[in-house]
Design a protein around this ligand. Structure first.
Ligand code: T4K
Length: 366
């Protein structure tokens, strides 16, 4: 049955025949996982596409982030500066490593961490910064690196939304000590479930290899206390197929985004977040923000759209720091701009194949 509902996103997929043809060799080899041929091919292909020196594939974005943090071996209870304006995975990855998140406020213009507020939060227990390139908007990587170098901190970027963003010569995964991408079904580029860590230092590859493969180096040698976070061959092949079409997929998203832009500009009380000229865009999300000077409530619009079978999403509300599992759990720091944005933002449907007539209908309802 064809579903008439319009969701915030829809997975990009290759043609059915293309994927079936691509997975056929698995029936000959019977080799389905454990760093197989396609896992290796995808790592190589992503190094090139993402313009990064090293890539380690993972089973999903969350485990990529959890293991990337674990790879640095921070002492239990150390503090990590991050933002609460993100998907819950970012905060969970820190806390599941037995570290303490210290929440820094964001910039209202783009939703990324306010780099001018980081230094005030640094204590003798701070070991790292985990900023988020939220919606594919890129943090102030130069200033963050400057602060990190000054205080000898690691920088671990949550780049879950930033697939393919580059500044000409370098991919975004080149910045910080490591960057973590999500290849979930809802992302610009998907491997069904999947993720990756990118970095410059080859030693990190060995460490992550151990952490994602039980620490096993050979049949009789376990080098580390690792988890199991390997990407399987079906997912790697989905990635290889999707990668062939990624430029077209991003172009289509751009077209949809432009079409929204023209209409949204004419609607009072709604504004867009800013991008940065230095960075390309991947059009991962189309967030709109309801401004204070005009009396429309984000929640009313969300409900109105829902009653018309349009499922926009309040990414990212509530703040992760306000979820019941974290409320009052950590050192308190005020993040009023993150709170304000979380209460006013709405991600509109954006995906490859969203039709012009649907964009028109969504904007008419707005
Ligand atoms: N860091 C950040 C900043 C993140 O945003 C995320 C994930 C992570 C880390 C962790 O990465 P992963 O471990 O997930 O790789 C979705 C995604 O599940 C999640 O990956 C994503 N961020 C988050 C922002 O959004 P939900 O709970 O909103 O997903 P769901 O199931 O409601 O799906 C949203 C819409 O997508 C559906 O209404 C229809 C469409 N959809 C969904 C699925 C599952 C498809 O078209 N195909 C599908 O297979 O979390």
């Amino acid at each position: 049955m064809y579903d008439e509902r319009i969701y915030v996103t829809r997975s990009s997929m290759p043609e059915y025949e293309e994927y079936i043809e691509a997975i056929r060799p698995l029936w000959d080899s019977h080799w389905l996982t454990n760093m197989g041929k396609y896992h290796q091919q995808l790592e190589m292909a992503l190094k090139k596409y993402l313009m990064v020196p090293e890539v380690s594939l993972m089973v999903n974005g969350h485990m990529a982030l959890e293991l990337a943090i674990q790879a640095f071996g921070f002492p239990e209870g150390s503090e990590v500066i991050t933002t609460p304006f993100t998907f819950i995975s970012t905060t969970h990855a820190i806390v599941r490593n037995r570290l303490k998140p210290v929440f820094c406020d964001i910039k209202e213009c783009d939703g990324t961490i306010d780099e001018t507020k980081i230094e005030d939060l640094i204590t003798k227990n701070t070991v790292a910064i985990v900023p988020v390139h939220v919606y594919g908007n890129i943090c102030n990587v130069d200033e963050i690196q400057h602060i990190a170098s000054k205080y000898d901190l690691k920088v671990i970027y949550d780049a879950a939304h930033a697939f393919g963003v580059k500044d000409g010569a370098r991919g975004i995964g080149h910045y910080g000590d490591v960057s973590v991408f999500s290849f979930h079904a809802t992302k610009v580029f998907n491997t069904i479930e999947g993720g990756a860590v990118t970095f410059k230092d080859h030693d990190i590859y060995e460490k992550l290899y151990n952490l994602k493969n039980f620490g096993i180096r050979d049949e009789e040698f376990v080098a580390d206390i690792g988890a199991n976070a390997k990407m399987n061959e079906f997912c790697a092949i989905m990635g290889l197929c999707n990668l062939k079409h990624i430029d077209k997929a991003i172009q289509e998203r751009q077209k949809t985004s432009n079409s929204y832009d023209v209409r949204i500009e004419k609607i009072k009380g709604i504004k867009k977040l800013e991008g940065h000229e230095r960075w390309g865009r991947n059009y991962a999300y189309y967030p709109i923000v309801f401004t204070e000077d005009y009396a429309i409530s984000r929640d009313k619009v969300y409900e109105k759209l829902r009653s018309n079978d349009i499922y926009a999403r309040k990414y990212f509300y509530p703040l992760t720091s306000e979820q019941s599992c974290y409320r009052n759990a950590f050192r308190f720091s005020r993040t009023p701009l993150a709170k304000k944005l979380a209460e006013r933002v709405l991600a509109l449907p954006l995906y490859e194949g969203l039709e012009e007539k649907d964009i028109g209908r969504i904007c008419d309802l707005l």
